[in-house]
Design a protein around this ligand. Structure first.
Ligand code: HEM
Length: 244
């Protein structure tokens, strides 16, 4: 809140410096229309969403990617070979590279499946009596979605408990979508940042793999068992990033 106050004092509508300045511009423009929903309270919640829902989730997934590449150096080498063939070393990865990089795309999807960072979705409360899948759910009942059960479903995945990018590749090595890939949940209240998160994961992961090989310190292989906090995250680990 203090940061928003500081922005309110300093903002120049003709030269917004960041998200908060742009939003304050909308608050000013829409002040005659309270139903538009632009006010300082919604700005605060949007900023919190960006920091909590938006930052913690993507960085935790990237930490899982690092842990998994250290555990599976042969998979890391295949990602790097694809990056070298499609992008090379002279420029940074861009989103237009992604369709040409099915193996890297499959690895990122498998990192998200295996990392399972939001095992139980976010709790919701039924706003009225309803029936779902034959079950009566009275108004006021708290429900949540068991995403982990889908991401590790033995009827959906060939090797549910093993990290296997092949889950997202067809016989010709092309990327294939899977219906049971639901790390962002499903339905009306699914993740609002899915598109942004996927872009960030591709750009950051491929840029790291392009520049570095990730290895362990002697005797310090990071665990593949997560620790449950706000997200299901890897244990703290140390990594040696060797420039390529
Ligand atoms: C790898 C990254 C991410 C994962 C795995 C993820 C996953 C999820 C999941 C599972 C939910 C709960 C859906 C439910 O309760 O059914 C959710 C909600 C949400 N996420 Fe994400 N998320 C990610 C990144 C982001 C980013 C980058 C943003 C925004 C910048 C974001 C914004 C939100 C918001 C606003 C909600 C609440 C949606 C609502 O209740 O209507 N997320 N996310």
């Amino acid at each position: 809140m203090a940061e928003i106050k500081k922005h309110q004092e300093e903002v120049n509508p003709d030269d917004p410096r960041d998200f908060i300045d742009v939003y304050l511009g909308e608050v000013e423009k829409k002040k005659e229309d309270p139903l538009a929903g632009f006010n300082v309270d919604t700005l605060l919640v949007c900023t919190l969403d960006l920091m909590e829902a938006g930052t913690e989730s993507t960085t935790t997934t990237l930490r899982w990617a690092m842990v998994l590449m250290m555990n599976y150096p042969e998979i890391q080498a295949k990602v790097q070979a694809e990056i070298d063939a499609v992008i090379g070393q002279s420029r940074q990865p861009t989103l237009t590279d992604r369709p040409e990089m099915p193996y890297t795309d499959a690895v990122i999807h498998e990192v998200q499946r295996f990392g399972n960072i939001v095992p139980l979705g976010f709790p919701k409360m039924a706003s009225k009596d309803t029936t779902l899948g034959g079950y009566f759910i009275p108004k006021g009942t708290v429900t949540t979605s068991n995403l982990a059960s889908v991401l590790f479903d033995k009827n959906e995945w060939e090797t549910p408990d093993v990290f296997n990018p092949g889950h997202f590749l067809d016989a010709e090595g092309r990327f294939q979508r899977r219906d049971a890939f639901l790390p962002f949940s499903a339905g009306k209240r699914a993740c609002l940042g899915e598109h942004l998160a996927k872009m960030q994961l591709f750009l950051f992961f491929s840029a790291i793999m392009q520049r570095f090989t990730l290895t362990t310190l002697p005797g310090e292989m990071p665990s593949l068992v997560g620790v449950q906090g706000f997200t299901n995250a890897p244990e703290q680990f140390r990594v040696m990033a060797v420039p390529r």
